[in-house]
Write a new protein. Structure first.
Length: 560
């Protein structure tokens, strides 16, 4: 297979507010059999580049204004619809960023994974199902034999992402476009997927364009790295050289913004720090400590006692113990991090505490009151004070509401603000706090990138002035620069408002950075519990050690 060459690509969006130059005259090459990492902030044009290559952008408002993409001697930008249909899913496959919105809710997972083989007439129906099962096993869906008739909504976020990866890999494509393929995965499965992608690349000579905001992952898998900023390529080089000696201040910023086990920033550096001063050097900073001491009552401010959440499988009559007799406590104003593999019960635990999932048994004590016993009507008082930032930003935002309506709705329900102007002023303030602008108020969720949608979800959770927030993978969809901003924001809000967090994440570096204590979950139970520093640097169980060993260890510390 020949190299894939992108030359002078220009993709603009003609919107109500003018022309947005999403991709503006970029050039790079994907060498045959190599992995090229495409890195940049949310909205920098990474996904638009991938969609341009496959002609998947909506026209209008999108329009390719110029350039060429040469694949197997042909310019894909000028290929016919019929030609593109023969290429998509066979010679060129794509792993999309948002599995829930890309999987068909009316088809079983195994049917969808087998579908590309059947559409392109590559094998028989029985053989397609057999190969689909094998591929699902290879990407880590190890219980698929017991879930042959499972639909996407019955899978966790991480398992849906694995199914999406299996669907893209099953035809063994010549070119794989991987748009944030490991975002929703825990570290052990992430390591497995990276190994599988490398293996595929070596076995059949596939080229991979690997889009990611996680520089540690990119450093682990990519041969070359292309960095985009505001629609342009600002730097590209071999992986080793780019991370060793970055030249552009934006690239330096991306490297410095990423939380690491070795880093000890309480406030992470951001892109603005580097862009405003090209001679900027990150310094250790300390937030002003809150003067409020933790009282004996505050130590058990939120307490979970012998909490269990069991689900009955209608098809098999089996009981799934998603959460099994979990006991833990979170002091007021502190952060408890929950880590573990996909399906370990992290999200179910968070939702059960908020009474969004029925509790089988146990207690949830908030300020000495057992809210597990409250009926639905009595929970309204708690809804205002206990919020959640969901894992999937696209699925949790109403596509028919503008961002203004989305942020105003919780205030109206809980009667926050004296009038519309007062509430609207607060909405604008919240948007600015999470890195968006008032000009975004009239837009709908589909008009934002994945990272921007997650920032909107953070703003919505803050709109009711809560005391306790469950952060369910709330920064997993963000690039490292925005992630740094949001982590700093959550930390500052916690100090200013004495907020309490249950922080769920598969990124142990992020959890170590923000959490005071960490609980490691496995198969619905607490495997290990302790201070964040102790858990990360001196794990006591083999399972926790396995999680630590799965984190990409490639050094990406640049010379500033």
């Amino acid at each position: 297979m020949n190299d894939v060459k992108v030359h002078g690509l220009k993709t603009f969006f003609h919107t109500r507010e003018g022309v947005v130059k999403a991709v503006n005259d970029i050039n790079f090459t994907i060498p045959s059999g190599e992995v090229v990492g495409l890195v940049g902030e949310s909205g920098s044009g990474k996904s638009v580049t991938c969609h341009s290559l496959l002609q998947l952008l909506p026209t209008p408002p999108a329009k390719v204004e110029g350039g060429e993409i040469i694949f197997q001697g042909e310019d894909l930008l000028r290929a016919s619809d019929q030609k593109m249909r023969t290429l998509r899913g066979k010679s060129i496959s794509m792993i999309f960023q948002d599995p829930m919105s890309c999987l068909n809710p009316y088809m079983t997972v195994i049917e969808q994974v087998a579908e590309p083989l059947l559409i392109h007439g590559m094998v028989s129906q029985d053989k397609a199902k057999e190969e689909a099962m094998d591929m699902l096993l290879r990407v880590g869906v190890d219980k698929i034999k017991d879930r042959m008739n499972a639909y996407p909504h019955e899978f966790s976020g991480g398992m849906r992402q694995r199914a999406m990866i299996a669907m893209a890999l099953i035809t063994k494509p010549d070119l794989l476009l991987a748009d944030e393929p490991t975002t929703a995965l825990d570290v052990t499965v992430q390591a497995k997927i990276l190994k599988l992608l490398k293996q595929l690349c070596a076995e059949i000579g596939s080229s991979i364009l690997f889009v990611s905001h996680d520089l540690g992952v990119v450093a682990e898998i990519a041969d070359r790295v292309v960095v985009m900023y505001r629609g342009k390529v600002v730097e590209q080089n071999t992986t080793q050289e780019l991370f060793r000696s970055p030249t552009h201040p934006y690239v330096k910023a991306l490297i410095a913004c990423r939380p690491t086990f070795e880093g000890n920033f309480e406030i992470l550096p951001t892109v603005e720090d580097f862009m405003e001063s090209q001679s900027y050097i990150p310094q250790k900073k300390k937030l002003k400590e809150q003067s409020n001491p933790i009282t004996e009552k505050d130590k058990n401010w939120l307490k979970v006692e012998e909490l269990s959440v069991h689900f009955q499988q209608a098809n098999h009559g089996k009981t799934v113990k998603a959460v099994d007799r979990v006991t833990l406590s979170i002091p007021k104003g502190k952060t408890l991090g929950i880590v573990g593999e996909s399906g370990s019960g992290k999200t179910t635990l968070g939702r059960a505490i908020l009474r969004l999932t029925p509790i089988t048994s146990g207690k949830v004590r908030w300020q000495d009151q057992d809210i597990a016993l409250d009926k639905e009507n009595g929970l309204m008082n708690f809804r205002k004070k206990m919020q959640i930032i969901f894992q999937d930003p696209y699925a949790s935002l109403n596509p028919r509401l503008t961002i203004e309506q989305t942020l105003l709705e919780p205030m109206l329900v809980h009667k926050i603000g004296g009038n519309h102007k007062e509430r609207l002023d607060r909405v604008v303030s919240l948007l600015e706090e999470v890195g968006l602008e008032s000009s975004h108020l009239r837009r709908y969720p589909h008009e934002f990138s994945g990272g921007q949608r997650q920032r909107i979800c953070v703003a919505r959770a803050l709109s009711t002035e809560p005391e306790f927030i469950v952060c369910d993978e709330c920064v997993s969809a963000m690039d490292v620069s925005v992630q740094a901003q949001v982590l700093n924001l959550l930390h500052q809000l916690q100090k200013a408002r004495n907020l309490t967090y249950l922080f769920i994440s598969h990124d142990l570096c992020v959890v170590k950075h923000i959490a005071d204590e960490i609980a490691v979950m496995r198969a619905g139970q607490i495997e290990e519990f302790g201070k964040a520093e102790n858990i990360c640097l001196n794990p006591q169980t083999s399972y926790t050690q396995e999680l630590m060993d799965s984190i990409p260890r490639t050094s990406i510390t640049g010379t500033f």
